[in-house]
Design a protein around this ligand. Structure first.
Ligand SMILES: *Cc1c(COP(=O)(O)O)cnc(C)c1O
Length: 392
């Protein structure tokens, strides 16, 4: 059998590697705790479940939905954007449902990139910012996110010849995997660059609702001129514990929204109408839920910050996202340190390079595990790891 080369260009999905290692340890009888994957452990809020259950009993939801999405979902999304971000969106032209943020990232790349084009993608970054463009036959130019630069890309560093071929700039704040929040001026600079270089800004807003210590993350669409040059991908996955539901939105520039919708009429037939009703409930009736979730993560964050400090690791507790991005101690690579943590503590953390080459020297801890498991992981790290680090 012969296969298209498409899949050969992308590294094996990070979590496939991790899952293999975890499985091997478990076979040895170790009670492995994974802090590797960002998948909320708590249930979806009740009003969302109730809306789905009721909608599922209504036969009107059982037929093909449309790729435009229901009026109800689009208005709920517009209402949410107005009240939460002060952003006005035309529900008939500037909002369309997505089957999750990930799907939107990948397919937006197919909408905007031809072979020979370039995507400007943060490094480290969410893997689909790389695989989406590669599947489109385009090249990826990495924008390193460095600690010295508060994990913001240096948009002025992109060489002119790269900029001439670039047609997409991916941004993501609050950021996965670094936990960084937006620094003032970056979105404005992105709009300016998009105008000068004639490219489209795609802001992945997966974490705006998971914020701590009074911080409130903005939408890219609040930036003057944003709608002329870009879109935002929004997802209820993290804020409303809905990763399993496959719901999301593409909002902003009407032409990009329309092209994305057209592409999808060729690939899928829209979002289950009952899930659309449930997502509308999340964005209207359950608006306060992400604040309660943020409080859960804040408490877990503080527990982890204390443990990392206790074993002598330098920590910068995040102000948003359920992630810690931590530098490995001297004498280790990301991989050797992650192996040490697995060996000594039976705890899985994600090696930085899984998110791109600039991730070397870091690892990511995810707070999306039940409190008692997190506390157990922290206890093991504190008791078994300190000695391990010193020995090395
Ligand atoms: C989790 C996540 C998403 C959204 O995931 P979906 O479940 O597909 O909506 C998008 N971007 C980033 C950076 C994420 O971490």
């Amino acid at each position: 059998m012969r296969f298209a080369k498409r899949l050969d260009q992308v590294p094996p999905y990070l979590f496939a590697e991790l899952e293999r290692k975890i499985a091997a340890k478990r076979r040895e009888g170790v009670d492995v705790i994974s802090l590797g994957i960002g998948d909320p452990d708590l249930p979806t809020p009740e009003p969302v479940i109730a809306a789905l259950a009721e909608a599922a009993r209504d036969p009107a939801t059982h037929q093909y939905p449309t790729n435009h999405g229901s009026e109800e979902l689009r208005s709920a999304a517009a209402g949410f954007y107005r009240d939460r971000f002060g952003v006005e969106l035309d529900p008939s032209a500037e909002i369309v449902p997505a089957l999750g943020g990930k799907e939107a990232v990948g397919h937006v790349a197919l909408v905007l990139l031809d072979p020979g084009d370039v995507a400007l993608s943060p490094d480290p970054g969410y893997p689909p910012y790389t695989s989406g463009p590669l599947f489109a036959g385009a090249d990826v130019h990495y924008l390193p996110l460095e600690r010295e630069n508060a994990f913001q890309p240096d948009l002025d560093s992109v060489p002119d010849e790269v900029l001439a071929r670039a047609n997409v700039l991916f941004l993501n704040y609050p950021n996965n995997p670094t936990g960084a929040v937006l620094e003032p001026g970056l979105f404005e600079r992105a709009v300016e660059l998009a105008r000068d270089a004639d490219l489209v800004v795609v802001h992945d807003n997966a974490y705006s609702e998971i914020c701590f210590d009074g911080y409130r993350a903005p939408s890219f669409l609040e930036t003057p001129g944003a709608k002329e040059v870009g879109i935002e991908i929004f997802s209820p996955s993290k804020g409303w514990n809905m990763t399993g539901w496959r719901a999301g939105l593409v909002a902003g520039n009407a032409e990009v929204v329309e092209r994305y919708r057209q592409l999808k009429t060729n690939l899928d037939s829209g979002m289950f109408e009952a899930v659309q009703r449930a997502t509308a409930a999340a964005l209207s009736e359950a608006r306060e839920f992400p604040r309660a979730m943020s409080e859960v993560y804040r408490r877990r964050r503080d527990i982890v910050a204390e443990a990392l400090d206790a074993i002598g690791l330098e920590v910068d507790p995040p102000r948003a996202t359920p992630y810690f991005w931590v530098a490995v101690p001297e004498g280790y690579t990301s991989e050797s340190f992650c192996e040490l943590v697995l060996e000594q503590a039976g705890v899985v953390v994600s090696p930085g390079p899984a998110y791109g080459p600039s991730g070397e020297g870091f690892f990511r801890i995810s707070l999306t595990v039940p409190d008692e498991r997190l506390e157990e992981a922290v206890r093991r790290i504190e008791t078994s790891l300190r000695a391990g680090i010193i020995e090395a």
